[in-house]
Design a protein around this ligand. Structure first.
Ligand code: RB5
Length: 151
């Protein structure tokens, strides 16, 4: 896992969860870049989602973690960036399945939905799981082809 590098961001709704996941990344020895506010004044999530997503698509980091109140806004914004496959995850089954099947490179979490214990388990599972390829590759290729044609 130590070869992984991560960009992590939250809006104002996810500061505490972001800090707790940054602590997790430090414990795991994972290099990270952190974005987002330090104080609870309202900020807009799209720019933060784009910043992290572009870090992933540029290859500067391998994976992205995005946190807002529900995770929904972050996931919608991240999935507008070509090459991003962002999964909104609230359980550990989806956390590994979305790596194995969707090769998700960004995960979105809802700080008002999951507690820090579950979020920590989700992130650990997601960081450790591997893309299976095989029958899933053709489906990912279809998404990539659509992006190339339409975006
Ligand atoms: C902010 O109030 C909230 O809209 C945001 O954190 C997120 O839940 C959006 O999807």
């Amino acid at each position: 896992m130590s070869a992984l590098t991560v960009a992590i961001a939250s809006d104002h709704g996810g500061i505490e969860l972001r800090k707790s996941l940054v602590q997790l990344l430090e414990t795991l020895g994972i290099t990270y870049q952190e974005f987002g506010p330090e104080t609870p004044e309202s900020v807009d999530y799209p720019e933060l989602a784009f910043t992290v997503s572009k870090k992933v698509t540029s290859g500067e980091v391998n994976r992205g973690i995005l946190i807002c109140g529900t995770g929904v806004g972050m996931s919608i914004a991240a999935n507008k960036v070509p090459g991003i496959r962002c999964a909104l995850v609230g359980d550990t089954f989806t956390a590994h399945a979305t790596r194995e099947h969707n090769d998700s490179n960004v995960i979105a979490l809802g700080a008002r939905v999951v507690g820090s214990g579950l979020a920590s388990d989700i992130v650990k599972v997601w960081l450790n799981a591997e893309y299976e390829g095989g029958r899933h590759a053709n489906r990912i290729d279809q998404i990539t082809a659509f992006e190339r044609e339409h975006l």
